[in-house]
Design a protein around this ligand. Structure first.
Ligand SMILES: [Zn+2]
Ligand SMILES: [Zn+2]
Length: 533
């Protein structure tokens, strides 16, 4: 509260209470954008409002959560890189995690609908829901919680991508790399650190095209959109050539020219020349309908008809559906893929030995960009112009089968519905923060760390509960029922008050920290992201 009896000049000199609270919260590593949720304790029958840190639920967003996430990632990366024993992977039993995710998904949906009803922007909620949906799928459930499941399309075998011409070794049932013993009996455990970049789209200086007119923005946009597929192919080829179940921890980050590139810690080693050969031979074909000829634009756009779909505005003909367009592609002998993506020739392969300063340096390097967004750190006008052109190139590029941009090329997007407008896709691939790459920033293979799935789940729950201020409890997952908090709920205190409360909580923890650390001895971060590899 501002004391009105203070002289005005003095009052003005006082920083805003809220700003101070935010600064203090940052110093203590407390989430500055907590998400309030209502929680029913079924044991006591009591409802209370608790703050969930933004990084525990959505993509890590606030600086505190981003930093926390970064620390956990470094620990995770270090833990798995030079394992000397096969990681224990137990069969999936993710029902509890699934239930938790589904409940959380329901909460998010309720909050989103509420925001919509109030006429607020729902973009953040939609993004969060998208993220949780992806996690739900990865937790082993098909489709999404609204029950829309679509049978997987069987692709014509003619179009199956051949394995590139690479040596192929017999597959050994191990994830560990070879070791080497020196004459004095010391065992060396070599690994790899690989950097992969995309090809050139035109000459750049300081990250900015020298000749923007002739810089291939379309190719750059398509490469960014399909980059994660190329990475998947690279891992497949790597495993085939290496002859063992290669594990990796990788991060995707932007180069200065804004193209995504990849740093990958790989467990075990291969000859450098071979890794380069694999990268050079790896490619991915995008078998989507053609999107190079504009069919509808400006005021002349396809018209929606209930029960029918999108129609040609001039002739009234129904436009081909996504499935029809794919069928057409399959039967056309002369069809070409919409896009073929390959790595550029700037491939860097470095050997790293376990337990050396090199390892630490690589791990720091891997996590360096995790707290930044792809579109950040633009200091010159030329760079801002460059980013604007990348965004413009992405504007009408179809980002997925469901992208409204397909209407521009005369095709109904998969799952077409009323109100779709080309150039107005809300998927994050089109946004300046993502620049075409909407995939995960951290890719960790399933057998990277030496933990069972159950342990990871427990870690994750422990982390969330800790963040909720219950560090000591081993909680029954069914103890709480979560509900969204209506906007303007009187039970939610002002942000400054909530932040300072969390700081006080954190101070209490710090006193008990040595004790907690002993209990948690060796416990590591929850896995918040995984790849399907
Ligand atoms: Zn946060
Ligand atoms: Zn799109």
């Amino acid at each position: 509260m501002t004391d009105r009896s203070l002289p005005r000049a003095l009052r003005q000199a006082m920083p805003q209470a809220r700003e101070v609270a935010v600064e203090v919260a940052k110093q203590y590593g407390v989430c500055i954008r907590p998400v309030p949720l209502k929680r029913l304790d079924v044991d006591t029958g009591r409802w209370e409002v608790v703050d969930v840190p933004c990084g525990a639920t959505l993509d890590a967003k606030c600086p505190s959560c981003a930093k926390r996430n970064w620390q956990l990632r470094m620990a995770q990366c270090r833990e798995g890189w030079h394992l000397d024993q096969e990681p224990a992977i137990t069969p999936d039993d993710p029902t509890e995690e699934q239930r938790w995710l589904v409940e959380f998904r329901a909460d998010l949906q309720a909050r989103r609908d509420q925001a919509e009803a109030l006429g607020e922007d729902t973009a953040d909620w939609d993004a969060a829901i998208e993220g949780v949906d992806a996690e739900i799928n990865e937790a082993g459930m098909r489709g999404n919680v609204l029950g829309r499941t679509v049978p997987k399309r069987t692709r014509s075998t003619r179009r199956r991508q051949d394995a590139p011409n690479l040596p192929k070794r017999k597959m050994a049932n191990t994830t560990l790399g070879r070791t080497f013993q020196s004459s004095d009996g010391k065992v060396y455990r070599p690994s790899l650190f690989v950097t992969l970049t995309l090809p050139s789209y035109g000459k750049v200086r300081n990250g900015v095209p020298v000749d923007p007119e002739n810089y291939d923005y379309t190719r750059a946009a398509r490469d960014a959109l399909h980059f994660s597929k190329l990475v998947d192919r690279f891992v497949q080829n790597l495993r085939r050539v290496a002859g063992y179940d290669v594990q990796y921890f990788a991060t995707v980050e932007p180069q200065k020219r804004l193209a995504p590139h990849l740093h990958m810690a790989i467990r075990g080693t291969l000859p450098r020349a071979e890794v380069k050969q694999i990268a050079a031979a790896t490619y991915h074909q995008v078998w989507w309908p053609p999107a190079d000829t504009v069919v509808f634009e400006g005021a002349r756009l396809p018209v929606w008809e209930d029960g029918t779909g999108y129609l040609n505005p001039s002739t009234g003909e129904v436009l081909p559906t996504w499935d029809q367009a794919l069928d057409q592609l399959d039967t056309d002998e002369n069809a070409k893929p919409l896009h073929v993506i390959r790595f550029g020739d700037q491939i860097d392969v470095k050997g790293v030995l376990a337990g050396t300063p090199d390892t630490d340096q690589c791990i720091r390097y891997l996590s360096k960009y995790l707290t930044k967004s792809l579109g950040e750190a633009l200091d010159s006008q030329a760079q801002r112009d460059h980013i604007a052109r990348v965004v413009e190139a992405l504007r009408y590029e179809p980002c997925s089968p469901t992208c409204p941009n397909w209407l521009r090329y005369g095709i109904q997007p998969k799952g077409a519905k009323a109100g779709m407008t080309p150039g107005q896709c809300r998927s994050k691939a089109h946004k300046p923060d993502h620049l075409g790459y909407a995939g995960r920033r951290v890719l960790v293979s399933r057998k990277w760390s030496n933990k069972t799935l159950a342990e990871h789940k427990q870690d994750r729950r422990t982390w969330v509960l800790e963040a909720l201020g219950q560090p000591n409890e081993l909680t029954d997952p069914h103890r709480y029922i979560w509900k969204p908090v209506p906007a303007g709920d009187a039970n939610v205190s002002p942000l400054a008050v909530r932040l300072l409360r969390s700081v006080a909580e954190r101070q209490r923890w710090r006193i008990h920290l040595p004790q907690l650390q002993a209990q948690a001895d060796g416990q590591d971060p929850p896995v918040m992201e995984r790849t399907a590899a």
